[in-house]
Design a protein around this ligand. Structure first.
Ligand code: DCP
Ligand code: MG
Length: 389
């Protein structure tokens, strides 16, 4: 999934200089990075837990939030359902095959948004530096906001206790010295747990992890890394910077840094979402319109799911096509009204795709982005949530 934001994620700052030194092998990672205290909070099985909370008959049962019909996908799976291998983004028919007793609950986005605002209000009691990643996840920078004698670990515990008492839902937390590690840490003791990665532990922690678990390494990148013999953080660290650059272009410096447990991205409290997009790189180039149409469908499913989750509906659709020779072509269409359904997005995207066939070369990547969001009254809450700080 790629999100584009109003401003670039990376900004020149003093730690850049440090990174340059570290990359040149002139300083050691642990000693030179200014120590920050970052907490990543992530609600447990969010949509599914809300449904179990509000419908007692669902408690202790395998529950999927979504629609059980054909072409439906699972948005969230309760922990009982996960034991059967059911997970987010799985087609509903597959989920039912794995777990015939699975109960589907229709999503209630207004309720999830309300809970999201509750937890955001709790975060705001601890720091103004809050960066929401989605309705149920956020980074908090508490470096300069810790109460006297209170540690970041205790702060994370206090936040989770408040979330539990005020929403009747559990959250997990990761505490570390950067965003990348804090997010990895929050997954360690899920559900209802927390985990700390200290600067001393960071590099070794990353080395022993599969790269597919890294935030920012999607399935396509993970399989590309696998083909290059990179399976773990250790393999990634062993890969020379020049080689990463050749294979991963602009993302190389991020991979180089995270392989060393380094991530200088600040917690940004003022992000405004300008667009929601997804793209997919194919193992084999696509040559026919039929094949491209089929692939586009799953990309649109993903984009639309996120539009729905964020309650953001845009007027513009942009199609991105990357050919086998890496040439990139984009085509856009802006309508007069926001696209109100997945099928409308698909219709627009297909209208942009069709004229590109017969294709002059095989297609190695397709992407779809929705932008030009309008503020309908029902969406104002969400946006003010995003812009609050
Ligand atoms: N979501 C979605 N479609 C996806 C992934 C997630 O609609 N492909 C929604 C439903 C999730 C919520 O976003 O409940 C939060 O996503 P997470 O990835 O944090 O997953 P959960 O909170 O469900 O589970 P976990 O306990 O692993 O965080
Ligand atoms: Mg979650």
């Amino acid at each position: 999934m790629v999100y584009r934001w109003q401003r670039p994620i990376y900004k020149i700052n003093p730690t850049r200089i440090w990174t340059a030194l570290a990359q040149a092998g002139m300083v050691a990672a642990e000693s030179a990075e200014p120590m920050r205290k970052i907490i990543h909070i992530d609600m447990d099985a969010f949509f599914a837990s809300v449904e179990q909370r509000d419908t007692p008959a669902l408690r202790g049962k395998p529950v999927a939030v979504g629609y059980g019909r054909e072409r439906g996908v699972v948005a969230a799976a309760s922990y009982e359902a996960r034991k059967f291998g059911v997970h987010s983004a799985m087609p509903s028919v597959t989920a039912l095959r794995k777990c015939p007793d699975l109960i589907f609950a229709a999503p209630r986005f207004e309720v999830y948004r309300a809970v999201s605002q509750q937890i955001h209000a709790i975060f705001a009691q601890f720091t103004p530096l809050i960066e929401p990643l989605s309705l149920d996840e956020a980074y908090l920078d508490v470096t300069d906001h810790l109460a006297e004698g209170v540690t970041a670990t205790e702060t994370a515990q206090a936040i989770r206790t408040l979330i539990c008492s005020q929403t009747d839902l559990t959250a997990s937390a990761g505490v570390s010295y950067n965003k990348f590690l804090a997010k990895l840490a929050s997954g360690q003791n899920k559900p209802d747990g927390q985990f700390v990665i200290t600067p001393k532990q960071g590099p070794a922690f990353v080395e022993n992890l599969a790269v597919s678990k890294f935030h920012g390494v999607g399935p396509a990148t993970a399989s590309k890394m696998r083909r290059l013999g990179i399976e773990t953080g250790r393999d990634l660290k062993a890969c020379p910077a020049e080689s990463l650059k050749i294979h991963f272009g602009k993302a190389a410096s991020y991979y180089y840094a995270i392989a060393r447990g380094v991530d200088e991205r600040p917690v940004r409290a003022d992000r405004e979402r300008k667009s929601i997009g997804a793209e997919k790189t194919f193992l084999e180039d696509l040559v026919t319109l039929e094949a491209a149409t089929a692939m586009l469908s799953s990309i649109i499913d993903k984009v639309w799911r996120h539009c729905e989750t964020a309650r953001l509906f845009g007027r513009s659709v942009t199609l991105k096509v990357k050919y086998a020779d890496f040439q990139i072509v984009t085509r856009s269409h802006t309508g007069v009204a926001p696209l109100a359904s997945r099928d409308e997005v698909e219709r627009q995207a297909l209208a942009l795709l069709a004229p590109l066939f017969p294709a002059r070369l095989g297609i190695r990547l397709l992407g779809v982005t929705v932008s030009g969001f309008e503020l309908a009254p029902a969406q104002a809450d969400q946006l003010s949530f995003e812009l609050k700080d």
